[in-house]
Design a protein around this ligand. Structure first.
Ligand code: SF4
Length: 93
């Protein structure tokens, strides 16, 4: 997920794709700020603006979850696909 000007996120949780600062992801595609055990955001109070704008359960949310499930399935099957889905862009980055 692309970070915006004004987002304050610890550098260790971010990465850069083609000059764009983004939240980093774990190997399964999940955001590194997501606690895998609790499924809660570990930086909720300071989460990026995109996360604040993103309403759980809305159409885009469900689309991202479906893509994440498909990605996990591909990983489980050993199939690789280039790029990571960015909800803000609505495409792979
Ligand atoms: S709300 Fe979700 S995507 Fe945003 S920083 Fe937290 S765990 Fe990451």
């Amino acid at each position: 997920m692309e970070l915006r000007a004004g987002d304050v996120v610890e550098a260790a949780l971010t990465t850069e794709h083609e000059g764009v600062r983004c939240m980093d992801q774990r190997g399964d595609g999940a955001c590194v700020a997501l606690d895998a055990a609790t499924m809660l955001c570990t930086i909720y109070e300071t989460r990026p603006q995109t996360c604040r704008d993103f309403n759980r359960g809305e159409t885009l949310c469900r689309a991202v979850l479906a893509r994440a499930a498909a990605r996990r399935e591909r990983l489980n099957l050993g199939i690789k696909k280039a790029g990571t889905f960015c909800p803000r862009r609505g495409s792979a980055i």
